[in-house]
Design a protein around this ligand. Structure first.
Ligand SMILES: [Zn+2]
Ligand SMILES: [Zn+2]
Length: 456
């Protein structure tokens, strides 16, 4: 098994010019992993010249899983800190949403010189963004190998009912104590595999948006995270059986995926149409009386859908391109803003704003199709070449113990169909979901995609 830890270490604190014209900077300077790694926290802070007073933030679960261990090493080292355990709002879990970020900002006073996040997705996003806004560095003590956001410089935060990524700053240090990470529920570890398995498919989306829309693209982020995701895929059954070395390697792969987003300056190398589908399910959850599911678990299943969609496009590519005409539905599902109001209700303002970023008028679709025709061979040869088949992805997810059906996520077939057709409307990023609409594959053939993905 390839040791991804060495790759992580080699990237820390790097700042390199790239042929894409940008400098690729990774601000995370220390990563400590392994059994009992939390014990190294005082020396990590020392090495980085980070003195207190700090605010240590957790939620009731992560406080029990790791917060008490963190306190047990900070106190004897004479490190000054305040403990802040964030409690969920009544009747709802703790979520990364703007109101909560504002509350967390209030916990960081003018004397605070460091924030320590103890947790995974939600706590990390909340503390990352709040500490950035208060201009205080932060360190994260990870509690699960469940997602790739630890080392990215963006936070996924809900505002106006919709998940958005907000630019902020990566942690100066990450501590991944495998005693803690191995004790996390297996569903969380499996979700980490799901988040990573979107890699080949969302990378196809990124290249596609570059070719069709001339969006920024660079190979460098892909070379950081691609081999790591591959290594995890090849070793998924060891993750599934709880093998400590495989789970530590998964954690390293997730950190590398975070670095790839930092280097790209956006979530593009790790988030395409499959993430929009997952965000769509999150967005609809409250009104449909569901709790939002684990991000990576949803992303894994959504990846099966976009991989199946790509297969349909690839199989009929030249005929689809030849026969494409810009149908009215491309510019706004069912026609326009009034229909958005009916379909999205109170969320329609936000959705319309995002959707019009990429489809301001009918002209956008015509321009896309002209671009697709210009790059017809290149999309076929380069974009489709990097994909993985849905059956292969399913085998990896199953081996890791991750869900492979929408039912396992608590989502019905009707909502899966709905998400394939509508998820593209909630974000301004161009993905395969848009291309499929422009080629009249969606929403008409959504049921076929669902079947091919075998998610129902
Ligand atoms: Zn570059
Ligand atoms: Zn993700």
């Amino acid at each position: 098994m390839e040791d991804l830890g060495a790759k992580v270490q080699s990237l820390l604190g790097t700042d390199r010019p790239c042929r894409c014209g940008r400098r690729h900077v990774i601000g995370t300077r220390v990563v400590e992993t392994g059994p009992g790694a939390i014990a190294a926290l005082p020396s990590v802070l020392n090495r980085l010249g980070l003195a207190g007073p700090a605010v240590v933030m957790s939620d009731p679960q992560t406080q029990a899983a790791a917060g008490t261990r963190v306190e047990a090493v900070l106190s004897p080292a004479g490190f000054e800190y305040a403990r802040r355990v964030l409690h969920p709002a009544r009747g709802r879990g703790l979520h990364a949403e703007e109101r909560t970020v504002a509350g967390v900002e209030k916990l960081i006073d003018s004397a605070t010189s460091l924030c320590i996040a103890v947790g995974s997705g939600t706590i990390n996003d909340l503390v990352k963004l709040a500490s950035f806004r208060r201009n205080v560095p932060y360190v994260v003590v990870a509690t699960a190998a469940s997602m790739n956001g630890y080392t990215s410089a963006i936070a996924a935060v809900e505002a106006g009912g919709i998940k958005r990524t907000v630019e902020c700053r990566e942690p100066v240090a990450v501590v991944g104590d495998t005693d803690v990470i191995l004790a996390a529920p297996h569903a969380m570890t499996a979700a980490g595999v799901g988040d990573l398995m979107s890699k080949p498919v969302c990378n196809a989306d990124w290249l596609l948006s570059h070719l069709v829309r001339e969006d920024y693209f660079c190979d460098e982020p892909l070379s950081i995270a691609g081999p790591a995701a591959e290594a995890v895929a090849n070793n998924a059954s060891a993750v599934g059986s709880g093998d400590p070395a495989a789970i530590e390697n998964l954690f390293h792969a997730l950190l590398l995926s975070g670095f790839s987003m930092k280097v790209a300056g956006s979530s593009a190398p790790a988030s395409g149409g499959e993430h929009l589908i997952s965000h769509y399910w999150d967005m609809r959850a409250p009104e449909r009386g569901r709790e939002t599911g684990l991000h990576g678990a949803q992303v894994g299943v959504a990846t099966l859908l976009t991989a199946a969609l790509y297969r349909v496009l690839k199989d009929g590519w030249h005929e689809l391109v030849a026969g494409a005409a810009c149908e009215e539905s491309v510019h706004g599902e069912h026609g326009g803003d009034a229909q958005f109001r009916d379909f999205y209700g109170p969320l329609s303002g936000e959705v319309t704003k995002e959707f019009r970023k990429k489809f301001p008028s009918e002209e956008a679709c015509r321009a896309d199709l002209a671009s697709v025709r210009r790059h017809e061979k290149e999309i076929h040869d380069r974009v489709f070449a990097g994909l993985r088949d849905p059956d292969e992805i399913r085998a990896v997810l199953s081996a890791a113990g991750a869900p492979v059906t929408v039912e396992a996520l608590g989502i019905g077939a009707a909502e899966a169909l709905e998400a394939i057709g509508h998820a593209r409307e909630i974000r301004g990023r161009y993905t395969v979901l848009d291309l499929a609409a422009e080629l009249s594959v969606l929403p008409g053939r959504a049921a076929e995609i669902l079947k091919l993905a075998k998610v129902v």
